[in-house]
Design a protein around this ligand. Structure first.
Ligand SMILES: [Zn+2]
Length: 239
């Protein structure tokens, strides 16, 4: 935890939390991304006890389109990549706590690679009303290093596939590795998205001006609850 950050005033706006994995570590190189179940429960209790309201993609998309304010303590919980543990570990916990989460999927990995979710799991989670989904591309490629046509493929095909499977429009997009620039963003918005999410740390000022992808706080396994408080209120727990 950074002491300097605790001295800074809390940032106003939408807190967006970025998670990846839950439960026991199954990939040593990415151990820091695996949030133990008890820790996730404690973090959700913290959010609820402090009076935060968890939002879904569609609520944020609508508020942004209509330039409407969000609740004073609003948090968007996002999970990247669509890993299997989102279903086996995170899903039972969020149902128990009645908290909303939002998952960015690599559509090409769903129902293909056992480490990821299946479409049946995606649909089951969506139908409970607490989980929404949006694309993270088809194959988790670094979009900035692709041609315009390849980027268009990644962003349009993933949107189409998810909409076909869920029967709802999806309007949020998350860049794999946070790799976006002006060219990539233009293609994303031309494909019909209205919100884009990156990996730069911070709280999203509201209303969002759209000039840069929406910032997120990185939730890591080494964080304690003081770090979590900083992530919620400052968008980061380290300088
Ligand atoms: Zn990713």
């Amino acid at each position: 935890m950074s002491l300097i950050l605790t001295l800074l005033p809390p940032r106003k706006g939408l807190a967006v939390l970025m998670y990846h994995h839950f439960g026991p570590v199954t990939c040593r190189q990415e151990a820091g991304f695996f949030i133990p179940d008890e820790m996730f429960e404690r973090q959700l209790d913290y959010i609820l006890n402090k009076g935060y309201k968890t939002l879904s993609f569609s609520e944020v998309e609508t508020a942004s389109a209509q330039k409407r304010p969000l609740p004073a303590k609003a948090v968007l919980i996002t999970l990247d990549d669509g890993w299997k543990d989102n279903y086996t570990n995170a899903y039972p916990i969020i149902k128990k706590k009645n908290v909303k989460i939002n998952i960015f999927l690599n559509t090409g990995d769903i129902s293909r690679d056992a480490r990821y979710l299946t479409w049946d799991e995606v649909k089951e989670m969506r139908s409970c009303g607490l989980v929404q989904f949006a694309p993270h591309g088809v194959s988790h490629k670094r979009l900035r290093s692709l041609t315009d046509a390849q980027i268009k493929d990644e962003v349009s095909k993933s949107k189409q596939k998810l909409q076909e499977q869920l029967g709802v429009e999806v309007k949020s997009f998350c860049y794999p590795y946070g790799a976006a620039d002006k060219r990539v963003r233009q293609i994303v918005f031309d494909a019909g998205y209205s919100l884009d999410f990156g990996t730069r740390k911070g709280v999203c000022p509201w209303p969002w001006d759209g000039k840069k992808p929406i910032k997120r706080a990185h939730i890591m396994a080494c964080d304690d609850l003081k770090d979590f408080h900083l992530n919620l209120t400052r968008g980061r727990c380290r300088l």
